[in-house]
Design a protein around this ligand. Structure first.
Ligand SMILES: Cc1cc2nc3c(=O)[nH]c(=O)nc-3n(C[C@H](O)[C@H](O)[C@H](O)COP(=O)(O)O)c2cc1C
Length: 354
């Protein structure tokens, strides 16, 4: 029997990444996530090729250099337009260009891109070919394990083989199929069952490809377990809703023993300073504050933290109705949590409980 080919480690992919999420992973969110982890690869929200070509590029593509490693996710199905958009992304400094072949929304299907492209692997291959010719950075694909009635393992493998034939070596696979008719995008992230084994088997069948698994992974322990089968893990909702888990990525996933140990209040101070600069430049606190609401999720004072920020991040500044709310809202929220936790500790001490 022939030896199994060596697993090829591509330095351009990350063991851990935060998923592209529309309306969530904007530049402010990514700045926050980067304050929690140096090694996780971050992804933009999906930006259509048309928008890159004709829209406000600073607004759509602008990012802070600390966000690296950073991937731009594109939506589209016209090889020439995708190639031009990819080239612009590479010029802006993105480390990877990713093609969305997983989004099931009606709007995206109307534009003939996203998950419906899984039905046309040859078109995806042409897109990848054109994008690869246009840029030197890796061009990757994010897809599902199937769509509608094209959901057998053979369909999936044909898709992967065809697109890999165009030179794509990294696939991020959301381990559930998408139902394009009848389910909303939200339902399509919850209803079709997860099939991790199919993604693991893909890695076994194609050890030459970098396979990153996505979908329903909620903890660092689960992420580590997948890394025994595939090259990387991508977390979406868990990373956004319970962002503190990102603070373990550098040591527990990337194996970086030099990673500083973080505390939530220091991260929040980083975000308060960032928010002050954003407001100074004409932005609004809530553009940033909405992303940090989960920082104390599950911790004593976590609900108070969320409520305080939600109530104070919009509207006039307390004590000065003529000024917009500033990063001080985040500082005050952190102070309230610390006060709550200290009071709880005091009660425990008085009761003689550890
Ligand atoms: C609010 C939201 C927006 C999303 N937007 C995108 C997107 O722009 N592009 C994309 O490929 N996937 C998008 N997704 C899907 C995620 O990238 C991910 O594949 C999915 O949530 C499953 O991973 P999870 O279970 O870790 O969240 C989005 C998911 C959410 C929750």
């Amino acid at each position: 029997m022939a030896d199994k080919p060596e697993k090829i480690i591509n330095p351009n992919i990350s063991l851990f990444s935060v998923a592209p999420m529309m309306d969530w992973t904007d530049r402010h969110c990514r700045y926050f996530h980067r304050a929690l982890t140096r090694h996780a690869r971050l992804y933009t929200e999906m930006v259509t090729a048309e928008a890159v070509l004709h829209g406000n590029r600073e607004r759509l593509l602008g990012f802070d250099p600390v966000e690296h490693p950073l991937a731009l996710q594109l939506g589209g199905s016209d090889p020439a337009k995708l190639a031009d958009a990819a080239e612009i992304g590479a010029i802006w400094g993105y480390d990877e260009i990713n093609l969305n072949v997983g989004c099931p929304s009606d709007r995206v299907q109307g534009g003939n891109f996203g998950a419906c492209l899984m039905a046309d692997p040859c078109l995806v291959a042409r897109c990848i070919e054109a994008m690869r010719r246009a840029v030197a950075v890796p061009v990757t694909v994010k897809c599902r394990i199937g769509i509608d009635d094209q959901d057998t393992e053979a369909d999936f493998q044909r898709f992967i083989d065809t697109v890999a034939g165009a030179g794509c070596t990294t696939f991020i696979v959301h381990a559930r199929k998408a139902w394009l008719a009848g389910l909303s995008p939200k339902e399509n992230r919850e209803v079709p069952p997860l099939d991790y084994d199919r993604v693991h088997r893909l890695k076994d069948a194609r050890p030459d490809l970098q396979i990153i698994i996505n979908g329903g992974i909620a903890t660092i322990a689960q992420a580590r377990a997948h890394l025994g089968h595939v090259d990387g893990v991508m977390l979406g909702r868990a990373a956004y809703q319970t962002p503190w888990l990102l603070a373990d990525v550098d040591r527990a996933i990337a194996g970086d023993d030099t990673a500083p140990s973080l505390c939530r209040s220091a991260v929040l101070e980083t975000m308060a300073t960032y928010a002050d600069a954003h407001i100074e430049a004409g932005g609004r606190l809530n553009n940033i504050a909405r992303h940090v609401l989960g920082l104390f999720h599950g911790e004593p004072g976590g609900r108070l933290f969320r409520r305080y920020i939600s109530e104070h991040a919009t509207g006039p500044r307390a004590g000065d109705p003529t000024a917009p709310p500033s990063g001080d809202v985040l500082r005050e929220a952190a102070r309230l949590v610390a006060e709550t936790q200290a009071a709880m500790q005091q009660r425990r001490d008085l009761a003689g409980v550890d």
